[in-house]
Design a protein around this ligand. Structure first.
Ligand SMILES: [Zn+2]
Length: 219
């Protein structure tokens, strides 16, 4: 990617209109993985200083205080402008898109385990209650104590239904939370278009984002 240029000239990516700033004063070189930025003075008349020291090249940090001639710029502001420039001009997002496969896989695994857990829990409760009623019938002898059995069974049934409905509600809450988290992360890495309606494999076959046209598969 072309370097990000800084200078008095309007054509620079960052134009600083001050008489101590040279026409093309400095540039920021962007590493191949887009993760680090090297600030380079381009033989400017009044020099570039970082944290009070004149530099020729310097790895850009957010906490840096930079001076182009007498024009002051904060490292974090310069980095945020370079990041915008990178995002706008970058075409290959295959690495980030590749990572979405794992996002989808994790979502499905967690969703299935929540469903399985609640299914087992509800099955467990039903088995326990059935066993309890059977024992009760045997202990109390059905002919003489039928009224007592019916009363206790009805009470138990009520408790079971309440427990199961609470458990189902909790399950739905957890599934919704998980779904929301997935929606927030399963996006085009460049334009943030929502991809959650289709599978990762479907999008991979498209090769490019239909909206911003960035590459999802390395060209
Ligand atoms: Zn996109």
């Amino acid at each position: 990617m072309e370097a990000f240029t800084i200078g008095r000239n309007e054509k620079n990516h960052l134009a600083l209109n001050h008489k101590t700033v040279s026409g093309v004063h400095a540039e920021v070189e962007i590493s191949d993985d887009f993760k680090s930025y090297l600030l380079k003075d381009l033989d400017s008349s009044n020099g570039t200083r970082v944290n009070g020291r004149r530099i020729v090249t310097k790895n850009l940090q957010k906490k840096d205080k930079i001076e182009f001639g007498e024009e002051k710029v904060l490292g974090k502001d310069l980095i945020s402008q370079v990041e915008k420039y990178v995002l706008k001009n970058r075409q290959d997002f295959s690495e980030e898109f590749g990572n979405l496969k794992l996002v989808e896989k994790n979502f499905k695994t967690k969703r299935d385990s929540i469903r399985k857990y609640f299914k087992l829990q509800s099955l467990g409760i039903r088995i326990l209650i059935t066993a309890f009623v059977i024992v009760l019938i045997n202990v109390l002898k059905i002919e003489r104590e039928i009224k007592t059995i019916l009363t206790i069974s009805a009470g138990l049934l009520g408790t079971v239904l309440a427990t199961l409905s609470a458990s189902e509600k909790k399950q739905n809450e957890r599934l919704e939370e998980l779904q929301d988290e997935f929606y927030l992360n399963f996006l085009c890495p460049k334009c943030k278009m929502d991809l959650s309606k289709r599978s990762w494999n479907y999008w991979k076959n498209q090769e490019k984002c239909p909206k911003c046209k960035c590459d999802w598969v390395a060209p």
